[in-house]
Design a protein around this ligand. Structure first.
Ligand code: ADP
Ligand code: ASP
Ligand code: MG
Length: 416
């Protein structure tokens, strides 16, 4: 059994879907399970719908219709016969979405978010499954919410591994070509949950773990894992081989080509992860396997934009010690702030965080009652793994460094 994951960029239009077929034909698709994300930037577009819904904006319907139109254009290219059943299936999914918007009474943003954002994946997998069937590649469409069970932490749900494993083992026919949704799951009451933005890579790893798959391949718009994000760094180089440990570190520091949660389940069963280009399926790509370090052994650059640097100092010149630090961490956890770097001295404490869940004001208000607080929004966090002095110099040029932290393998710079 092998697991393939196709992300939004790979299926952003009808040609993308046709290219997915080409990839399958080139590399083979016997006993394969395909995990697919929402098409293109659909998740972002549904986030706009959710915002409009909560703001009671009169743009709400227009924002829904934009998503309908986008998918309809893809449908028209893939299914010239407008009598095809798929038109009805997609129409029903949009009606369900509208139905939810009309009848929902819950004020819980995260809950509503998950109920709505999941339509992106449901729609994309329905379209791709129908297209594959229409060209005689028979697929089994699986509703992943019946398989991956989670807790009720909407937008950041934790997997219930025991139940999930049982469901997957019992309900996935491994001799078929299966297609299912990334990113989503369901809670004990069968409400939809999501595993965190960009979580479809993780879904692929969950299936691989539960099915003891031979490998996972994530198909990307880059040749593999590079030593830097090519959007921000020139001359990024392909890493041919990476150990699980190194891949976890890179993903954790923010190399967004792999979702950080993906590696742990794969490492536990030593299932290899391949990162390959959907434009060059036979290319080498990157293999993440057991072993040591990275090949070639070169500095790796990671940038996380839109971070917040918060600096705290005591109001009365007293030390910031264990007790305060544990209290600060509890607050960060309660506000779902993802901590990137910390640094402390006798009377001050700095922390760089990812404000993913938009809780900064809430956090700052609480902190201000206990500490003197300063903060910088929109800072960038640069991390260099396996740094060299010339790599650091290159990075520091023309930047205002707000915080620097060095460990043996890794240097982190928070810059303005
Ligand atoms: P998906 O379509 O699966 O969601 P993503 O857009 O999430 O794919 O991931 C691919 C993108 O990740 C690339 O286009 C690239 O800009 C970015 N990226 C960030 N860091 C790296 C890296 N170290 N190597 C390759 N790509 C990277
Ligand atoms: N569609 C989801 C997102 O954009 C999940 C994913 O693409 O991995 O975050
Ligand atoms: Mg993505």
């Amino acid at each position: 059994m092998k697991i393939f994951k196709f992300g939004g960029a790979s299926v952003k239009d009808a040609n993308g879907v046709k290219n997915l077929v080409k990839v399958l034909q080139e590399v083979g698709y016997d006993t394969t399970l395909i995990v697919v994300s929402a098409m293109g930037k659909t998740t972002n577009a549904i986030e706009v719908v959710i915002k409009n819904y909560f703001d009671e904006s009169n743009e709400l319907q227009a924002s829904v219709q934009e998503i309908v139109k986008y998918h309809n254009e893809i449908l028209l290219e893939l299914f010239p016969n407008e009598q095809h059943q798929i038109y009805n299936d997609i129409k029903k999914l949009f009606e369900e979405m509208q139905g939810f918007l009309g009848r929902n009474k819950s004020p819980d943003y995260d809950y509503v978010y998950d109920q709505l954002v999941s339509f992106g994946e449901l729609i994309s997998t329905k379209i791709i499954s129908a297209y594959l069937n229409s060209i005689s590649i028979e697929t089994t469409w699986l509703d992943v919410r019946e398989l991956i069970k989670t807790d009720t932490s909407y937008r950041d749900a934790k997997v219930n591994w025991e139940v999930t494993q049982q469901n997957i083992k019992l309900n996935v026919n491994t001799s078929k070509l299966n297609i299912t949704q990334g990113f989503i799951g369901s809670d004990p009451n069968n409400f939809t949950t999501t595993l965190g933005r960009e979580g479809s890579d993780y879904t692929a790893a969950i299936f691989a773990y539960c099915l003891n798959a031979g490998s996972v391949t994530i198909w990307k718009d880059v040749p593999g894992v590079l030593n830097a994000d090519p959007r921000y760094f020139e001359n990024a180089q392909l890493l041919h081989k990476i150990s699980y440990r190194e891949a976890i570190e890179l993903a954790f520091y923010g190399a967004s080509v792999i979702h950080p949660k993906t590696l742990q389940p794969l490492q536990r069963k030593e299932i290899p992860l391949f990162v390959k280009s959907f434009l060059n399926p036979k290319g080498d790509g990157t293999a993440v396997t057991k072993g040591m370090g990275i090949t070639p052994n070169i500095p790796c650059f990671i940038v996380k934009k839109n971070q917040v640097l918060i600096s705290l100092s005591s109001l009365d010149f007293s030390f910031i010690v264990e007790e305060n630090i544990s209290e600060i961490f509890k607050l960060l956890h309660d506000c779902k702030m993802k901590v990137d770097v910390i640094q402390n001295s006798a009377i001050s404490f700095s922390v760089c965080v990812d404000n993913k869940f938009d809780n900064l004001d809430k956090l700052l208000n609480i902190l201000r009652s206990k500490f003197k607080v300063t903060y910088n929004k929109d800072v960038s966090l640069y991390t260099i793994r396996h740094f060299t002095e010339s790599a650091i110099e290159g990075l520091q040029k023309e930047k205002e460094i707000l915080l620097e932290q060095r460990a043996q393998q890794t240097i982190q710079l928070v810059v303005k």
